[in-house]
Ligand binder design. Structure first.
Ligand SMILES: [Zn+2]
Length: 419
């Protein structure tokens, strides 16, 4: 493990520690049953704030090879995400007037969910994906994938081999990159002079507003405000000029940039959101101190409710085994004493145990056979989709506990009871 002394965007030091989520195992470190008793590696999960550029960040860095060589998060398992990526492809095609045969590079292409959308539209999309299992999956579907991490060196190689790209994109990847300055220089290098950079990241504003602390885990080393991205891009010769806000993943921003030499005009949407960030205190340390206190209260509330339900003899399971769920379970110290098991639709996770809490992951079909009294929704960002899929469980009297962004319980008798 490496410990950063300075900000990964503006290189300022020292940084200020704002929230300590304990020493926890990796959020994607699902275990085989046979490893149940093995010692799991644990790392400090502490967030630091840079009062120069506004980046919220981790400083304890787990080697990326440990995190991303065999990745269990597969985009295509979610119907919501399929729609989302179709929308992203359409947006880029229109904005950049992409035509048949144009080259788009996708960084961290996962199982190829977005590449498929470009392919349908006749556009050549080359993926760069460090996880070998995902690269293999995508290639089996006939997609072009480089099995590598993206950085300036990779960008040089791609540009030499494929030529300059008309656009480069990446979703939920910038937050994973420790050497961010080098990564952003790679984005600048890989595109043509009139090229478009279109990146999607969870927005720090939503994280703070909704106290979505469970999106904090070792893989996510940065939590971006628009202002921090603007600074990171500017340092690499890119000008951020537009932004769109999207509901996916509990609040995502899609940011657009071009080479500084193209001199793009900032849009009202960009200026508005920069202003909102200032007004809501994203640049002030006090905001993060408040955030830390709210997170502690959320833990007390959730553990209190679960303890009460157990005392009254109820059986509780959890829905969804996303990485974020493991931050929530481990920080709140929720394990087998509260939850019987977890269900998840991803076959890659079924049969494994959640890291730290050691709950077994079953296929979702188990719910109707077993009918637990309550279902804690760990993948709460897909709450509506989950409740709809599990309408039969709900109809038979099953109840949903939604932990974030506002704690509430969904049950038949009250339809929706907020607390
Ligand atoms: Zn900074």
């Amino acid at each position: 493990m490496k410990i950063n002394a300075e900000c990964r965007i503006c290189q300022k030091k020292p940084l200020v520690r704002v929230l300590d989520l304990g020493v926890t195992p990796l959020a994607n470190g699902f275990l085989r049953q046979s490893d149940r008793d093995a010692e799991e590696p644990r790392y400090p999960l502490e967030t630091y704030f840079c009062d120069e550029c506004g980046l919220l960040q981790l400083v304890h860095i787990v080697p990326p090879e440990t995190l991303f060589s065999d990745y269990l998060y597969v985009s295509s398992t979610s119907a919501t995400l399929k729609l989302h990526f179709a929308g992203l492809a359409e947006d880029m095609v229109e904005r950049q007037r992409l035509r048949e045969g144009d080259l788009v590079i996708e960084v961290a292409s996962n199982d190829g969910i977005l590449q498929q959308e470009f392919k349908k539209r006749g556009i050549r999309a080359v993926g760069v994906e460090p996880a070998e299992n995902l690269a293999r999956l995508a290639r089996a579907d006939g997609l072009e994938v480089e099995n590598d991490f993206f950085n300036l060196q990779t960008a040089r190689r791609l540009r030499e081999f494929y030529g300059p790209a008309r656009a480069v994109t990446g979703s939920n990847v910038m937050g994973h990159v420790d050497a961010l300055r080098d990564f952003v220089r790679g984005l600048e290098h890989v595109i043509a002079d009139d090229g478009l950079v279109c990146m999607q990241v969870p927005h720090l504003l939503e994280l703070v507003r909704g106290s979505e602390f469970d999106t904090i885990y070792h893989e996510h080393v940065s939590y971006f405000s628009l202002r921090a991205i603007q600074r990171a891009f500017a340092d690499a010769g890119l000008t951020l000029y537009d932004v769109r806000r999207l509901p996916v993943h509990g609040g995502t921003i899609r940011v657009y940039a071009r080479k500084a030499s193209a001199n793009p005009e900032p849009t009202p949407a960009l200026l508005d959101l920069l202003y909102t960030e200032t007004v809501e205190g994203l640049n002030d340390i006090e905001t993060y101190e408040d955030f830390a206190r709210t997170v502690e209260r959320t833990k007390k509330k959730l553990v209190g409710v679960l303890s009460d339900l157990k005392l009254r003899g109820h059986r509780i399971a959890a829905y969804g085994a996303p990485a974020k769920g493991n931050t929530l379970l481990n920080y709140c110290e929720i394990g087998g004493a509260f939850l019987d098991y977890v269900v998840d639709r991803a076959p890659l996770k079924q049969g494994l145990l959640t890291p730290g809490s050691h709950l077994e992951v079953f296929p979702v079909e188990k719910l109707l056979d077993d009918m637990p009294d309550y279902l804690l929704i760990l993948a709460w960002n897909f709450k509506d989709e989950i409740v709809e899929q599990q309408s039969e469980y709900f109809r038979r009297g099953g109840r949903f506990i939604v932990p974030l962004p506002q704690f509430h319980i969904l049950e038949q008798s009250t339809v929706e009871h907020r607390d």
